[in-house]
Design a protein around this ligand. Structure first.
Ligand code: HEC
Length: 133
């Protein structure tokens, strides 16, 4: 009981330190969504022991990174065409993409993923992505 409370406080502290600033979304809730919805296709490095291989690896700082930059991954042509317009994954572009990937990039290989319709859940997922270093 006491140990659980300490662990909880510890993870809250870790989140605060990692986030650095106030976040709109809840990174802990976002982590659960990512585990349920993204892990089948994406590798998040040490954060999860499981690693999906269908999509490009997402460990490291995704937020703020230029799209389509994983040298070892074979992106689809529609994705690369969109990336070539200077697409960078900031919170706004991630929010639009994750809402409905196939609408943001017609023909993307991530079209098999229907997207996250819930605004709050997307904000949580993005808050979690921001904690990746
Ligand atoms: C069905 C498999 C699948 C699922 C589920 C999935 N993705 Fe993807 N994702 C892909 C594929 C495939 C690509 C590459 C798209 C292309 O080349 O057209 C991709 C690309 C991406 C990119 C661009 C990465 C880069 O290098 O520019 C991001 C960001 C991303 N996905 C985030 C997510 C998040 C967050 C989730 C969960 C909410 C998720 N994906 C769920 C398959 C998936």
């Amino acid at each position: 009981m006491k140990k659980t409370a300490l662990l909880f406080m510890g993870s809250l502290l870790a989140l605060t330190v990692m986030g650095g600033q106030a976040q709109a979304g809840d990174a802990e809730a976002g982590k659960k969504s990512v585990e349920a919805k993204c892990l089948a296709c994406h590798d998040f490095g040490a954060v999860f022991s499981k690693a999906g291989k269908v999509g490009p690896p997402l460990q490291g700082a995704v937020v703020g990174r230029a799209a389509g930059k994983d040298a070892a991954y074979k992106y689809s042509k529609p994705f690369l065409d969109k990336a070539a317009t200077g697409l960078t994954w900031d919170e706004a572009t991630l929010d639009t993409y994750l809402k409905k990937p196939g609408d943001f990039i017609k023909g993307t290989k991530m079209m098999a993923f229907p997207g996250i319709a819930d605004d709050a859940e997307r904000a949580n997922v993005i808050a979690f992505l921001k904690t990746l270093k």
